[in-house]
Ligand binder design. Structure first.
Ligand code: CMC
Length: 386
């Protein structure tokens, strides 16, 4: 008898499951709002297009952690803290040298993030804000350091000046980026910062709901983001474009897409649980992808992307999501494809930390039910007769 006397919930007669929690509202939030029909995204009341035009990643962090925009003094203070906390503890540097160079960078980032918790053992349990700054400051350093160490280069120590975007590109390449590259990456970080109750944010809030620490919540979230149906899609998009590249500049992206659809394969970077129209973030990334692919002499990447876009619209009426054009943007910036999801992570930490704080301010343990579809009251056979 599985009827819950307190709630009246009966696991034996519960009528249906919303597979993938489709349409289920699990939390309330001020962090972001998505209008999937209109293709609109809002962070804390501000349209993503307005933020893309006017804001910076650092300002978006403040917005998501304080539910309001900062004044100049507050922005300077947060920026300074982010700049001066970029260094990694020796134990993490040692790990980055010791780990197998073939490891997936997201797996390395996940483990290194978990290790970072040791740097904050002196902080009270509820200093979420300070911990959020520490993790946000250090993720780009981990990613850039692993990228260099795995290819036999020296790690570049962070500068205590400049934006997150500037410093990441500096640590990655060993030389200061130009203004355009910095602005492009900063815009990518703004666009990826926050996005409703996606799988990694749900993971983060579920871990927070047990009153576990921010590092555990972020480590879990990174694990969720890594999957190709979520943040891992940007690397998977590049893999598709490289398959086309291997066929030569005249490769037929329409036939390529139709062939995959005929084989019932997913076209990465397309489709979304919430958007039933063009993802507003993809519009910004599309513009960047077009100009960057022209500038770098990789026009075919954009041409193939547009052919895939038209084919997906014609064949399935499915639009691109944030991951589709971001692949071409990062590729044009000379970033290695398996780092794309890590860049997503160094932005999305801002949204995860905002949700963690929101959950802690009004917590209840996250504990749904499962519909039991197994057998009951089976005879227990002795091991020798099984
Ligand atoms: N390529 C081909 N068919 C697709 C695609 C796609 N990318 N996306 C959805 N469909 C089809 C799917 O086959 C299904 O068709 P049918 O009803 O005939 O079986 C229908 O559309 C519904 O798809 P679904 O997979 O049940 O939808 P979902 O809401 O469960 O999944 C999704 C959403 C994002 C996982 C899915 O669209 C997908 O797998 N896309 C490719 C991976 C991807 O780009 N992920 C990044 C998501 S956005 C960034 C992020 O949040 O990280």
């Amino acid at each position: 008898m599985s009827k819950d006397l307190h709630t009246g919930f009966d696991e034996t007669i519960y009528p249906y499951i919303n597979k993938g929690l489709d349409g289920v509202v699990a939390f309330s939030t001020t962090k972001s709002f998505i209008d999937g029909q209109a293709g609109e995204l809002i962070y804390e009341g501000y349209n993503i297009d307005v933020l893309a035009e006017n804001s910076s990643f650092e300002e978006v962090c403040f917005l998501l952690w304080n539910d309001r925009l900062p004044n100049q003094e507050e922005l300077d203070d947060l920026t300074h803290k982010l700049q001066t906390r970029r260094g990694l503890p020796q134990v993490v540097i040692d790990y980055l040298h010791a780990v197998d160079k073939e490891s997936n960078p997201m797996s390395v980032l996940r483990t290194a993030t978990s290790m970072l918790s040791q740097t904050d053992i002196h902080l009270p349990d509820d200093s979420y804000y300070e911990k959020a700054i520490n993790i946000t400051a250090k993720l780009p350093t981990i990613i850039a350091a692993f990228s260099r160490i795995r290819s036999g280069q020296e790690m570049v120590m962070p500068k205590e000046t400049g934006s997150t975007a500037f410093n990441f590109l500096y640590m990655l390449n060993g030389e200061e980026p130009g203004t355009q590259a910095e602005k492009t990456l900063d815009l990518c970080l703004i666009l990826h910062a926050e996005h409703g109750m996606n799988a990694s944010t749900f993971t983060c809030r579920t871990v927070a709901g047990t009153l576990s620490d921010l590092y555990s919540a972020v480590t879990g979230a990174i694990g969720a983001l890594k999957g190709p149906l979520h943040g891992g899609a940007n690397t998977a998009v590049m893999k598709m474009l490289m398959e086309l590249e291997a066929q030569g500049k005249d490769a037929d992206a329409v036939a390529f897409t139709k062939d995959k659809l005929a084989k019932k394969e997913k076209i990465m970077g397309f489709g979304h649980r919430v958007y039933k129209t063009f993802d507003p973030r993809a519009r910004h990334l599309q513009k960047m992808a077009q100009s960057l692919s022209e500038e770098t002499g990789h026009e075919e990447l954009y041409r193939w992307s547009m052919d895939m876009l038209t084919t997906m619209k014609n064949e399935k009426n499915i639009d691109p999501n944030v991951d589709f054009f971001s692949a071409t943007v990062y590729y044009s910036m000379g970033i290695q494809p398996d780092l794309y999801t890590c860049i997503f992570t160094m932005s999305r930490i801002s949204g995860w930390a905002g949700h963690y704080m929101e959950q802690m301010a009004n917590n209840r343990l996250v504990r749904p039910r499962a519909l039991y579809v197994g057998q009951k009251n089976q005879d227990y056979p002795p091991i020798e007769s099984r």
